[in-house]
Ligand binder design. Structure first.
Ligand code: SF4
Length: 473
């Protein structure tokens, strides 16, 4: 279903050693489904070889079709990496699903990637000029090409040296999982844009995942984050070692993970997403008080900020919007021209008994194009609301993202088209106030405000894409 929310590109889960590797990676990846719903895949290392299974679809659909040969002869899976992907319209093909698996100078190497490399077009051009042939349109594949070149030249067959040499050439956001015949590695870019955490199991196994929610559902315990600029390597015996391949020029954790993307049950960048989101609601209530009869969260993403807002303001919270969980992409016949507006009103229905005659304060996490917000306000007014106010738990989105989040074109962003003073009129609201940037950044306690990327709010990009890349973004 077309959504008015920005999209995350990917989620990662890898398991090395311990029992039930495939089951653990499956459950871990399933808990990360919110990070990508177009395609899923898993690559597993058995005693003697690696196998790959990936396709378009949700985690459950793709894992359901793992070939039975994976389970022949009671073969034990020692390591596995897995991936969920959100693909843009042109990129949602099975060949772009991950992990990618290749043979590199006699070794099997697989890779899964979360983020966007913002010198990918430049590197791709260079590699093409040297004769490289690409099988996908993903920026991930060029990491394999860079590794392959390094492996057969300077790195003399050492796969981890080749990995280090390859990632040193990349700019932008990349959290990676690598799987080989002999080990597994996890990598994070020097800015630390996307989260990546390590957990362990009592039986000696390890899990690496985009969010710690994957540990909770599999029984793993959080150990630590993969540090920005670090490669963690597990050798064939499952022992972990670390290489700091680059110092961070400036940390730039994506603040939007806390605002919207990550699941509330996760910890990212050292903070609980639940606590951070609730605190955003509390700070918003102090910055932008409202005279209202009820606080109404926009489900699901506005719920935790609304809880904080209600707690701080003393105004009761009421679930006056009922969500239809069955309005999904499979419901929509592409031949039917159903407008975004109509889809929005099908997805969330106001409950007149909760709304009629009341002053409503809606709390949501963001406004992107504004189309769904406008439709929502209209249906709430039709349900009999006396006044409709809105509070947003982050600043207005005015810029795009080069680091792995798919925002619509700048020109489509409501805050870019309409001056802030005119926005509440544009959405037919009685009042609209956004959380300030300072207020938002004060809600994360484990990191300093300057350690976060806020570029989609303030245009201050921690790293700029190469010219060639910028033209293609
Ligand atoms: S630009 Fe926005 S969405 Fe992209 S990494 Fe920075 S904070 Fe996150």
């Amino acid at each position: 279903m077309p959504s008015d929310k920005p999209k995350e590109y990917c989620g990662l889960c890898g398991v090395v050693e311990g029992e039930n590797v495939l089951e653990r990676v499956h459950m871990g990846l399933h808990s990360l489904q919110h990070r990508g719903q177009e395609a899923a895949g898993v690559m597993a290392a058995f005693g003697d070889r690696c196998l790959l299974h990936k396709d378009l679809g949700l985690v459950e659909q793709v894992f359901h079709h793992i070939p039975s040969t994976w389970f022949d002869d009671g073969r034990r899976i020692r390591r596995a990496i897995s991936h969920v992907r959100y693909g843009t319209a042109g990129g949602a093909t099975a060949s772009n699903a991950q992990p990618l698996m290749v043979n590199m100078a006699g070794q099997t190497v697989g890779i899964a990637h979360n983020g966007t490399i913002c010198n990918a077009a430049t590197l791709r051009e260079e590699l093409r000029n040297e004769g490289a042939l690409f099988q996908t349109s993903t920026d991930t594949e060029l990491i394999l090409h860079l590794m392959s070149r390094a492996l057969t030249t300077r790195c003399r067959g050492n796969i981890w040296d080749a990995l280090e040499e390859a990632v040193l050439k990349l700019k932008g956001a990349f959290s990676l999982l690598l799987l080989t015949d002999n080990g597994m590695a996890a990598v994070r870019d020097p800015h630390g844009f996307r989260p990546l955490a390590v957990g362990d199991f009592d039986d000696g196994g390890f899990m690496v995942a985009s969010e710690t929610i994957a540990f909770g559902v599999t029984g793993a315990s959080y150990v630590r984050d993969v540090e920005p600029g670090e490669i963690l390597i597990w050798n064939g015996a499952g022992r972990m070692s670390s290489r700091q391949y680059a110092e961070s020029p400036r940390l730039a954790h994506c603040v939007f993970e806390h605002v919207y993307f990550a699941r509330p049950g996760s910890h990212v960048f050292g903070d609980s997403v639940y606590e951070a989101r609730k605190e955003m609601g509390r700070v918003l209530a102090r910055e932008a008080p409202v005279e209202a009869d009820i606080i109404v969260p926009v489900p699901d993403s506005g719920i935790y900020a609304a809880l904080g807002f209600a707690e701080e303001s003393g105004i009761p919270i009421d679930m006056a919007l009922s969500r239809n969980h069955y309005v999904g992409r499979t419901f929509i016949d592409p031949g039917l021209k159903i407008s975004r507006k109509k889809l929005a009103s099908r997805k969330l229905q106001p409950i007149p008994e909760a709304i009629k005659g009341k002053r409503i304060c809606l709390v949501d996490d963001s406004i992107v194009r504004g189309v769904t917000s406008r439709a929502r306000v209209r249906t709430i007014r039709e349900a009999g609301a006396k006044e409709v106010h809105m509070r947003i738990s982050c600043p207005p989105h005015r810029y795009g993202c080069y680091f792995g989040i798919d925002f619509p074109d700048r020109e489509s962003l409501l805050a870019n088209k309409v001056p802030e003073a005119g926005m509440s009129r544009a959405l037919r609201l009685d009042s609209l106030v956004y959380l300030s940037k300072e207020g938002m950044l004060s809600c994360m306690k484990a990191r300093k405000p300057e350690d976060f990327c806020c570029a989609c709010f303030d245009g201050n990009y921690p790293v700029m894409p190469d010219q060639l890349d910028a033209r293609q973004m």
